[in-house]
Design a protein around this ligand. Structure first.
Ligand code: 4NP
Length: 155
């Protein structure tokens, strides 16, 4: 079973959203994958996702309320098969902790998994409007729907 980790800055908006959506799709499609998320910063360790993220996801049928923030640790580069970061700043911060090329190769921008080579970021909604949270939800949900196909088991 593949172990994947989503990473953003605070682990209260984008990466827990990706984790929660993938857990939702794991239930829906019986995906063969283990999912977690973390933040490169330690500002929100132990906290639930941002209330605006929780409310928006709930309105779209995804429950994030049981998730709790944690900080990315260099051990994650040993534990996980793939690490999907939300933006270029996360990418630099995670790559800086990689001890060798094998670990560096595990790390990539999440949206490159579904829109290869485009180097797109998931925008940070934290300082924006309610609409920003909805836009990020739709972007991440669509990406996760495409991304999830690689973990579907055929019967
Ligand atoms: P996230 O958003 O990286 O998507 O969780 C943020 C959450 C908190 C902060 C910044 C971004 N902050 O500065 O506290």
């Amino acid at each position: 079973m593949q172990k994947i980790l989503f990473v953003c800055l605070g682990n209260i908006c984008r990466s827990p959203l990706a984790e929660g959506i993938m857990l939702h799709l794991k239930n829906k499609y019986n995906l063969n994958v283990e999912i977690d998320s973390a933040g490169t910063a330690g500002y929100h360790i132990g906290e639930a996702p941002d209330k605006r993220t929780i409310t928006n996801a709930k309105n779209n049928g995804v429950d994030l309320s049981s998730l709790r923030a944690r900080q990315f640790d260099k051990k994650d580069l040993d534990i996980f098969d793939k690490i999907y970061v939300m933006d270029h700043s996360n990418l630099r911060n995670v790559l800086a902790l990689a001890k060798d090329q094998k670990q560096k190769d595990k790390v990539s921008l999440f949206l490159n998994a579904v829109y290869p080579g485009k180097d797109l970021e998931v925008p940070d909604p934290y300082y924006g409007t309610e609409q920003g949270f909805e836009d990020v939800f739709q972007l991440v949900y669509k990406a996760c729907e495409i991304f999830s196909s690689q973990f579907k088991t055929t019967v």
